[in-house]
Write a protein that binds this ligand. Structure first.
Ligand SMILES: NC(=O)c1ccc[n+]([C@@H]2O[C@H](COP(=O)([O-])OP(=O)(O)OC[C@H]3O[C@@H](n4cnc5c(N)ncnc54)[C@H](OP(=O)(O)O)[C@@H]3O)[C@@H](O)[C@H]2O)c1
Length: 254
């Protein structure tokens, strides 16, 4: 398949590399920042541009992996292409493409991607959506080349998945950042709590999270909770988060 990748960030980089490694031809990378476009293009032996009007019109597939707010603007530059145009966003409607483009779809990989961290695609769920069965089949076939977990999901279900993913991945990672802030302010190293983070994630591989919850809020240890809250007097934002999450744990486990 001849593929054009639009974007050169986290998702564009991993998708382009995986598809390239499985034998697809990435004919071009488009990205507004020419250096970023070149950086990715060099990894996969493709041409590159930072002008939408120079995007190749003969590809079979166009993967738009730019920030959500720019998807529509990029799609407007692809209204004349014959190939299938997809975006990779969890929460963006397919309609944003289908109202502009003849053949469109969604190719949403449910994982947290960072450009510079290697990733194995095999186990990453890929959620497919498209208007016609033919397009669903094309995207499913492509997704199965790089992943063993391919789902045909409508937009509403995909949005729910993305919302859950923000809680599970995004917010958890932010909480690690806050934990590190507390540690750093007290000259303690983040390495000390890495095993705790690893074990918390490991436990939910086989258990439901609600069955392995621990901590002062679950135990109703009010004196410990109050000590923690007083330690956060100078960090009112963190105090608020601590209170909100403790209340949520109590309500969930009532
Ligand atoms: N990161 C994840 O874990 C993840 C997971 C699943 C799905 N997604 C989805 O994948 C898509 C890309 O996310 P990402 O995390 O890969 O983003 P990212 O790493 O932040 O990269 C954003 C890309 O958007 C381009 N861009 C920024 N402003 C633009 C504009 N005005 N017009 C055209 N392009 C613009 C950037 O180009 P330059 O670098 O050239 O400025 C860059 O290539 C999003 O739809 C996101 O929802 C992300």
């Amino acid at each position: 398949m001849k593929i054009v990748i639009l974007g050169s960030g986290n998702v564009a980089t991993h998708l382009a590399k995986s598809l390239y490694e499985k034998g697809d031809e990435i004919v071009q990378v488009f990205s507004p920042n020419l250096e970023n476009a070149k950086l990715l293009a060099d990894k996969i032996g493709s041409r590159f541009t930072n002008h939408l009007n120079q995007v190749n019109h003969d590809a079979d597939l166009y993967i738009i992996a730019v920030k959500d707010d720019a998807i529509e603007a990029v799609a407007k530059g692809l209204t004349n292409v014959n190939g299938l145009v997809v975006h990779t966003s969890g929460t963006t409607d397919l309609k944003i493409l289908s109202t502009l483009i003849k053949h469109s779809g969604v190719f949403y990989p449910l994982q947290t991607f960072s450009k510079d961290k290697d990733i194995v695609f095999d186990e990453i769920p890929i959620c497919i959506e498209a208007a016609s069965e033919i397009q669903v089949n094309i995207l499913t076939k492509l997704a199965k080349k790089i992943s063993n977990q391919v789902y045909h999901l409508d937009g509403e279900k995909r949005k729910v998945l993305h919302l859950a993913a923000v809680f599970a991945g995004n917010f958890s990672n932010h909480l690690y950042t806050l934990a590190n802030q507390i540690l750093k302010e007290n000259n303690l190293d983040f390495n000390i709590i890495r095993p705790l983070i690893a074990e918390t994630a490991d436990k939910v591989k086989k258990n439901l999270p609600e069955n392995v919850q621990t901590g002062p809020a679950l135990r109703d240890d009010e004196s410990t909770i109050n000590k923690h809250l007083s330690m956060l007097t100078d960090l009112p934002e963190l105090q608020k988060i601590y209170q909100t999450l403790s209340n949520s744990i109590k309500i969930t486990h009532k």
